[in-house]
Design a protein around this ligand. Sequence first.
Ligand SMILES: Nc1nc2c(ncn2[C@@H]2O[C@H](COP(=O)(O)OP(=O)(O)OP(=O)(O)O)[C@@H](O)[C@H]2O)c(=O)[nH]1
Ligand SMILES: [Mg+2]
Length: 346
Amino acid sequence: MTKIAIIGSEGSGRTSLAAKLGKKSTAADITMYDYAKNDVVMTTIDANGYPKSVKPLVTALQLSDIALLCIPPEGPDAFAGECIMALDLMQYKHGIVVLTKADTSYPYAQEELQKNLQKILSPTTLANWEFVNLSTESFEGLDEIKEKIFELDEQVNSEYEELNDKPVRIIVDQSFNVTGIGCVVLGIVKQGTVNAKEKLTAYPADKPLEVRSIQMHDEDVKSAPAGARVGLALKGVQSKDIERGFIISEKEEVAESLVLECTLSSFASPLKLSDVPHIFTGLQSSPMRIEKIEIDGKEAEQVNASQQCTLHLNGSHEIAYRQQDRFIITNLDAKQRFTGYGFVKE
Ligand SMILES: Nc1nc2c(ncn2[C@@H]2O[C@H](COP(=O)(O)OP(=O)(O)OP(=O)(O)O)[C@@H](O)[C@H]2O)c(=O)[nH]1
Ligand SMILES: [Mg+2]
């Protein structure tokens, strides 16, 4: 199944595009649009709570495999820059740059905009993303976007096939109670294959559970592969025990405090001792206080853009992770809020 995130700055045409790709279902700080016909099953996520908050942007990207970055004819603003930074820090692989509201611009101006953007994107993970001119008024570009989505989806699927034999890991994005069934969670199989009757654990709360049954787009299945969006009925836990961001797997590390080997982005504001950046991993986030900064093995008062450092971070609630997981560092007080990335120090 195809999972798409629509991102970009305020008023860039995100919701208009999402509405063309599916039927609106659940809405909160992200809005999902579903589409299912013949063999095509597609979920499109509008990160509508962004730019007010960075969390919906991270959430939409974590729940999807293909990003549509919307840029209006006025060109990229600071928030578009922030979206590009977020994609780059997350090493987000697949996407399309959508030049929106093309009916309000001119072909020459759109070409110029594309050239300027290509320059900005060339040092980032978006360097090879394709461009599409779109108008949701005249429908120009809509079929082209869909075609490109399906091309990218083939790459995504072959990448997931390689993850099928790994230990199963499911990221939960919703948890609720269904009368007569009990706890039901919705989430994404990030790797491995989940099987009915399998015994797993929900982290960070460390709650053992059994997968009673599995649904994929409202149909019962015996197992679901990597990349699937699933609904799981769970035995042994209550919906209040499980929150958005929980990981269901055989084993995760759990900690409140972390030591991260970090790299700051080239546009980051400095991080100082006692600052409290918000640290994201998967769908979890936690404000964490900087207790110590080390640069080249020496203690430092602050770390600047483009520098590498070791951050000793102290948080107040547990997060679940694995050694190889990428952490994203955000500074909600900075103008450009995506500050850097890091990995747990060995
Ligand atoms: N002419 C024209 N107008 C468009 C197009 N797409 C969006 N708009 C208009 O641009 C405005 C913003 O579009 P939205 O789709 O709401 O953009 P958004 O990014 O979701 O905006 P916010 O969620 O408010 O930040 C609306 O008034 C739309 O009607 C288009 O292709 N052509
Ligand atoms: Mg919107």
